[in-house]
Design a protein around this ligand. Sequence first.
Ligand SMILES: [Zn+2]
Length: 228
Amino acid sequence: MPLNTGIKCIDEFLNNMQSLLKNILGIGIFSVITFISFTNRSELTKAVPVEESAYPIHKYDSIFYFNPHYLTSSFDFPVGKPDAENYYLASRFGNRNHLGEDWNGKGGGNTDLGDPVYVSGNGVVTLTEDICCGWGNVVRVVHKLEGHSEFDYLETVYAHLDKIYVHEGQLLLKGDQVGTIGTAHGAYTAHLHFEMRDFIDMSMGPGYSSDWEGYLDPSAFIRNNRQF
Ligand SMILES: [Zn+2]
């Protein structure tokens, strides 16, 4: 009937309005909560902005920031420290596209097998590994240079080692022993293959290449940077 229908309609209308109000109220409360948590979050972010943080971001920067004693301001030769006494260069950097240099004891042959190998400057050990294909035991060290006019970071590589005496992450002072001269498991007469790189953390590389980018002449660099 019309009247009943009318009442029904009003009832339905009121019910609908009620649930609409509930929904609006619900959304309102949800919005307020979201707004508060968002506001809090942005306030937290604001409290410690990354750019104003006292802590550097690069992984090596952090290591040397917290261990400034291990920044380096000088380099020495890796054998017969500090001046390579009783050793000679059997193969220089660039010789037949050699990307490093080979150090031999003056006694010749395997007389230098087991002789100490020293880290060339202060730094952090980034790799100690027995690598295949002619490399043998390898130690890699990253150096952060203090006050050098050209380089911020350098890396040195010590290869064909008989023994390794350091571990990855270890901080070293110039002249600390990293291992001993070896033969890369009998692949060669004992000698140290030594590289100096101005691109750090490259792959091990081929040892020989016509592309010298990322590599320095180790002896030339050391002679010019005994102290800087
Ligand atoms: Zn070599």
